[in-house]
Design a protein around this ligand. Sequence first.
Ligand code: PLP
Length: 372
Amino acid sequence: MLYLDNCATTQVHPEVKDAMLPYLMEEFGNPSSKYYSFAENAKNAVIEARNHLASLLGCTSSEIIFTSGSTESNNMIIKGVADYFSNQGNHIITTKVEHPSVLETCKYLETKGFEVTYLDVDRFGRINIKDLENAIKDHTILVSIIWGNNELGSLNDMEAISNLCVKENVFLHSDATQVIGKVKVDLSNFPGLTFLSFSGHKFHGPKGIGGSFIRKDQYDILTKITPLLHGGGQEQGVRSGTLAVHNIVGFGKAAEIALDNLNQNIEHLSELESYLTDLLKEKFNEHIIFNNDIINKIPGLINVQFKGVNNEILLKKLAPLIAASTGSACSSSKPSHVLSAIGLTLDQVRSTIRFSMSSYINKVELDIFKKL
Ligand code: PLP
């Protein structure tokens, strides 16, 4: 079975698994404990993992906060900023094509009196920088814009967005879940980006671990945002709870592997994407329409309409051979809000399939499409 749903989750890298195992068995200590070696070893492993994440992102290790994943990171940042800054403003800007962990958080905040602007997007799911500029008001406290779309792969122009947010003096958060490990991200080039969310299982790390980047800047924002989880004060007080050392170690290893192989992975994924695009064109000809752009995107992701075919029925037919999806795994029972936002009709949305590749597969495996 060929697994082409790597935007939903990825297989753990064998070295990630090997790195994790000792921290489930002999090195099971709590890194917050003191005086004995179990604690010291766990603490050192967490430090090393944090350093790997910081190297991958181009930030300092004290700017990395471990969470259970992007859902939690998105909630923590958006609710945390909204709560702390509610006396300075109540306006948040986001887009119509965010992941539900951003959209539902914003909808929740609307019930608490916040005003949210949901920006429109172009036909590939990117925002227009002028729309963002026009939407910023005196009482805007946060802009939250997805970096790379999980259904279409399109990358927003984060440099322009970051520069605008510096100019307008407004905090910027980005959900970078789908770009980390697949696109070069050097946070030192994005001074306006104060917050980032990411998840380990999207780039061959374990599930249930992720992180937030929170910039150490003149605002000392990390000490200000209201924590989602109150408790023992781990993670500089912003995210309490005993650290999941085995998961953190696996996450760190995945980050180390991703950084070491970034250029070749990008090249490989781009080649796989072109190869599969050509195969689909040859095989299905005028019966398909590609929804994704071919430039400025996450490599290895194809979003395609099979005209007049119901995507659920097609996925079931493919399932013995190929694992793919209709789009986001988190909202697979509903028609995609992302595809609706780019202007597709309900019928077009219902005939769309996403194929997302990983660096573990090769062109020969993709030849399975020839046999369909
Ligand atoms: N944001 C985006 C863009 C995603 O694709 C996902 C997962 O699919 C998430 C957030 C949520 O990540 P997690 O389920 O790891 O919390």
